[in-house]
Write a protein that binds this ligand. Structure first.
Ligand code: F6P
Length: 332
């Protein structure tokens, strides 16, 4: 079989679909190169103390692991000098990082969760990097937080990696979803799936059930119906999966269907996951694969963000199931 590398795929998209400008292609290649470095570091595991707590907290008040900090530095350093970006924001940085004046400034903005699922690092469970690319708004001359506050529907590209048994990169530039696997000997991402399509129906759900007592009624109703299986209203059995690394849970959902939920609840009043670094890029990818993504009431990609680090409830995956949960919320 002919091997198509990430570079070839992007050049092809540039030529045929017109969705990738040369600047965007370079940016995505630099992000992918940084992810290879992070993959290498994750692979060293305890030998490099990747899961050690470093004694600092991120803006969300979460304890940072050594690799949270390293992954953030790798991505910032790799993307600073290329000339494609005007600024970057990250789950691990309080404020936007503007491109230093010694480098040319580009037309794109990068948003990233350098190491999603890092609470799983010390137990050797898959983690990953999530990223989203926006354009600098027209007429915007000085970049600050406001430049980033665009709804997810404005994303020009989004992707995520999973550093698991193999390292994979899932990417959309707005014309479907492709998946690449890292050939560690050659050091290149090779396309292993294209035109990813999430089945509209599913028999598998993913949710942190320890939050059950805090759920809102529509979520409780949906999960109760799944648990009732063949004997309940749905008249079919469901299975449950929960990795607690969003990247791994969403990749499974993309690969074989399913519904992934981290809804808002009495404890997480605004939701648990971050709109700009987690929900928006994943929603873009899931929609491009024919699935759906809402916060229970509204399409995630339509939400107008009010702050960089804002959180949101997330329900995404197989279209018919996401529409059902959303309907339960709206009926209420
Ligand atoms: O936001 C980071 C994250 O690790 C996600 O990858 C995951 O879905 C979620 O948090 C798990 O959080 P909790 O263990 O609090 O349910």
């Amino acid at each position: 079989m002919k091997r198509v590398t990430l570079t070839q795929y992007l050049i092809e998209q540039q030529r045929s679909a017109g969705t990738v400008s040369p600047e965007l292609r370079l940016l995505l290649e630099v992000i992918a190169r940084a992810c290879k470095m992070i993959s290498h570091a994750v692979g060293k595991g305890a030998l490099a103390g990747i899961g050690d707590v470093v004694g600092t907290q991120n803006v969300q008040g979460e304890a940072q692991k050594r690799l949270d900090v390293v992954a953030n530095e790798v991505l910032v350093e790799a993307n600073e000098w290329g000339g494609q970006l005007a600024a970057m924001v990250s789950e691990e940085m309080d404020e936007p990082h503007l491109i230093p004046s010694r480098y040319p400034r580009g037309q794109f903005l990068l948003l990233m969760d350098p190491l999603d699922g890092s609470s799983n690092l010390d137990v050797n469970i898959s983690v990953g990097t999530i990223f989203s690319v926006l354009r600098v708004p027209d007429g915007c001359t000085s970049i600050d937080e406001k430049a980033f506050l665009q709804p997810g529907s404005k994303q020009v590209a989004a992707g995520f990696t999973v550093y698991g048994a193999s390292t994979i990169l899932v990417l959309t530039v707005g014309s479907g979803v492709a998946c690449f696997t890292l050939d560690k000997e050659l050091g290149s991402f090779v396309m292993t799936q294209t035109g990813l399509a999430i089945p509209a129906d599913t028999g598998e759900f993913a949710i942190n059930v320890s939050n059950m007592r805090n759920w809102e009624a529509p979520v409780k109703r949906y999960i109760d119906e799944c648990l009732a299986g063949k004997t309940g209203a749905r008249e079919k059995d469901f299975n449950m999966r929960w990795v607690a690394s969003m990247v791994a849970d969403v990749y499974r959902t993309l690969s074989r269907g399913g519904i992934f939920m981290y809804p808002r609840d009495a404890k997480h009043k605004d939701g648990r996951l971050r709109l700009m670094y987690e929900a928006n890029p994943m929603a873009f990818i899931v929609e491009q694969a024919g699935g759906a993504a809402t916060n229970g009431r509204q399409r995630i990609l339509d939400i107008q963000p009010g702050a960089l680090h804002q959180r949101v409830g997330v329900i995404l995956g197989s279209r018919n199931e996401v529409e059902r949960v959303t309907r339960y919320h709206l009926e209420k």
